[in-house]
Design a protein around this ligand. Structure first.
Ligand SMILES: [Zn+2]
Length: 449
């Protein structure tokens, strides 16, 4: 690689610097990291890459199940609940192979790049062949996802998920056999073989208190702790989970996790929807994060989690597109605020700045990329540029760019996505996956029953 390829200057017409929009910003990049940020650079330096619009730090999608993208549309026919939706979801999970999952994930991650997402947290539990037989390479599925992210040009934290039971004291059902390693110890041994790459980190996940017996929770928590790796867990998304947990253990899922050493600053609870005041205090007091997935939570009729109370108690917020009913982090950010407006009949629970922080720096931190998600020297050069002259975003003053991005723009307004100083999306076109809609259509077609 020549020096000119390793060092580069970006000129940002408008930049979001964490507290305000600054015009005329030059960002110097070397070896994928920002080395300097200069303000008041009225003329783009010679040879600079020009990013017109509002440039944000790269967006972090902190909760993804890539294969759920194959359900889009299909699950909107008819009525039902989370549990009937889950049956349709399992019918797709049954058909995944390392090859078909690689093709689908590559297309889904390319869709994410087009939406300005530079890092995905993949909550991954389809580990083995149908019936539960390990593949010749027991991490064939996880490695397929890591490779898919590389080909789509985004970072990934593979949150390898422990999934052992169907419910409290119940073995996995037919669909769930391929999710299970048998024991948390066997899960840990398989995960220990996974290799990190420049674009990929390995984290851990507990699918839920339904799926990991209480006496094996600590094994997963200790594995993550020993590696200082992020640990995610679906938490109290459904009241039925809370009821079953109380029946089995006489406490809430949050209390169960606390008692087994699962909570902490590197842990993130996903959804955190149906919580008691004590749960909120336990999560906040331990600095356990909260990943809200508002477009999925509304799609699955989950309810609205107490995000403001969690944040006040000390729980950092991140955002995820989860089931990929839509892939649009700007929509997730505004939905978190707008849900609260509907619930409370009051406006302004978060500023646009606070919502962007959840979508960028705090989302990255939840995925173990602490040095990513801010436009400042020393951080990774991950940038997302939103057009301020589209039919949705034209009009407001540029200094209101953050408010415009969060409350009016959509993923369709993402003009450029830069990951580690590499232009992955330029002028709305993916540089590595030439026809993303076609890649999605083919990958979903291959999974159709
Ligand atoms: Zn999920």
């Amino acid at each position: 690689m020549t020096t000119s390829e390793r060092t580069r200057t970006y000129w940002l017409e408008h930049a979001w610097l964490g507290t305000h929009v600054e015009p005329d910003v030059a960002v110097e990049v070397a070896d994928g990291r920002i080395t300097a940020v200069h303000q008041g650079v009225a003329t783009p330096p010679p040879g600079a890459e020009i990013l017109r619009g509002l440039t944000l730090p790269g967006l972090a999608n902190a909760h993804s199940h890539a294969f759920h993208r194959a359900l889009r549309g299909t699950v909107q026919v008819g009525s039902g609940t989370f549990w009937t939706w889950r049956e349709v979801m399992y019918s797709v999970a049954d058909r995944l192979t390392p090859d078909t999952y690689h093709a689908l994930a590559r297309a889904v991650y390319a869709e994410m790049a087009l939406a300005g997402i530079t890092t995905v947290g993949e909550f991954h539990y389809v580990h083995h062949a149908p019936g539960g037989t390990p593949y010749a390479d027991p991490n064939a599925m996880g490695d397929a996802l890591i490779e898919a992210a590389a080909e789509a040009g985004v970072r990934i934290t593979l949150l390898d998920t422990c999934y052992l039971s169907s419910g409290f004291g119940e073995p996995p059902n037919t669909h769930q056999l391929r999710f299970s390693d048998g024991t948390a110890q066997a899960w840990a041994e398989r995960c220990s073989v996974l290799k990190e790459r420049d674009h990929a980190r390995i984290g851990a996940a507990i699918h839920s208190v339904r799926a990991v017996p209480a006496d094996q929770l600590a094994t997963v928590a200790q594995w993550a702790q020993a590696r200082r790796a992020p640990l995610h867990v679906h938490l109290s998304e459904q009241t039925a989970e809370n009821d079953a947990c109380r029946q089995a253990h006489g406490c809430t899922p949050t209390r169960l996790l606390a008692d087994h050493g699962v909570l902490g600053a590197r842990t993130t609870g996903v959804h955190n929807t149906h919580l008691t005041d004590e749960d909120i205090a336990l999560l906040g007091g331990s600095r356990t994060g909260t990943c809200m997935c508002p477009t999925t939570e509304r799609d699955l009729a989950d309810g609205i989690g107490p995000a403001p109370a969690l944040q006040r108690a000390g729980s950092p917020l991140s955002l995820g597109s989860d089931s990929h009913a839509v892939i649009d982090l700007l929509e997730e950010a505004r939905a978190m605020e707008l849900n609260e407006r509907l619930r409370t009949r009051a406006r302004g629970h978060w500023t646009a700045a606070a919502l962007l922080r959840a979508a960028t720096a705090d989302g990255h931190a939840a995925l173990g990329w602490d040095d990513t998600g801010r436009i400042e020297a020393g951080t990774r050069a991950d940038l997302t540029t939103i057009a301020l002259d589209s039919v949705r975003t034209a009009g407001p003053l540029p200094r209101l760019g953050a408010e415009t991005a969060v409350f009016a723009a959509t993923a369709a307004d993402v003009r450029h996505t830069v990951v580690g100083g590499r232009h992955v999306v330029r002028d709305g076109a993916h540089a590595l996956v030439p026809d993303v809609p076609q890649a999605l259509a083919r990958a979903v077609e291959a999974l159709r029953a």
